[in-house]
Design a protein around this ligand. Structure first.
Ligand SMILES: [Zn+2]
Length: 279
């Protein structure tokens, strides 16, 4: 039988008190027990503190390792050189376009990427050039470039002897491409069809209005595949080659009109004749 001590708790308002039986050694050794409890509390405090510290430090270590890894994978010099190369490329394309007379097609470059290139702004740089290249693509699409059909040139732009009147010189306002009846005729640039029908001399004819006050004309067609007011994309099939109108055989008469003046379409196909200018 353990030795116990009775404790009587009396409420001054209550009629009867309550009697508790408490082991005597608790009352005798209460300091020891209190000390033990405090010790337990301190131990708990330290252990939990240590565990929290350990977890957060591991978390930060992992983050730090990841950051170091990412940094080790980035070659700042290489990125700098790449962006400088893109920048000068955009500058050269710009110069080339302006040399070819496309003043309105100016695209922006950053004017050289400096050595103070900040890698944290890499997304801003990438966005900038992405937009410029998109812009350039859109602009180039609107300019009539390249061939409207396959086939060799049978008559160039400019003055030529008139095949109909014989002897008299005549101004040829475009280029003639020989081919076969039914050959594909493609729009050389995107734009709006402003004429699609029969035109004196030209036979079945399509005129497309491009940006920068430029128009392209496709004549002597067998068949017209677009309607007035229609938007056409660069490279889109718009009709078939024929010999309608004032024509001596199946061919495409192709014109480029800029600001109301006839331009030599061959300038928009080949750049060979201007190569010496770059020297
Ligand atoms: Zn012609």
């Amino acid at each position: 039988m353990k030795h116990k001590t009775s404790v009587l708790i009396v409420n001054s308002k209550a009629k009867s008190g309550k009697v508790f039986q408490v082991p005597t050694h608790i009352i005798v050794n209460w300091r020891k027990y209190a000390f033990f409890l405090v010790l337990l509390f301190i131990a708990f405090f330290f252990v939990s503190g240590f565990l929290i510290y350990q977890n957060t430090s591991r978390f930060y270590q992992e983050r730090l390792d990841r950051a170091n890894y990412v940094r080790s994978r980035i070659d700042l010099d290489k990125a700098l050189k790449s962006f400088a190369s893109i920048d000068s490329g955009v500058f050269r394309i710009n110069a080339l376009l302006q040399q070819k007379g496309f003043e309105k097609m100016k695209i922006d470059n950053m004017g050289g990427v400096s050595s103070s290139f900040d890698i944290t702004r890499i997304n801003a740089y990438a966005d900038f050039y992405q937009k410029q290249i998109w812009d350039l693509e859109n602009k180039l699409n609107t300019v009539p470039l390249g061939l409207p059909s396959g086939g060799e040139i049978t008559s160039s732009f400019g003055y030529r002897s008139n095949p109909f009147t014989r002897g008299g010189a005549e101004f040829h306002s475009g280029v003639d491409y020989r081919g076969h009846v039914g050959d594909s005729i493609k729009a050389t640039g995107s734009g709006i069809v402003i004429f699609a029908g029969f035109k004196a001399g030209y036979g079945r004819c399509i005129i497309i209005e491009h940006k920068n006050n430029m128009q392209t004309l496709y004549g002597h067609l067998r068949q017209i595949g677009v309607e007035k007011g229609e938007w056409v994309n660069s490279g889109q099939l718009i009709g078939l080659m024929g010999s309608s109108g004032r024509s001596t055989g199946p061919h495409l008469h192709y014109e480029i009109i800029e600001n109301g003046e006839y331009n030599d379409p061959e300038k928009f196909v080949s750049t060979d004749d201007e190569k010496e200018d770059y020297g």
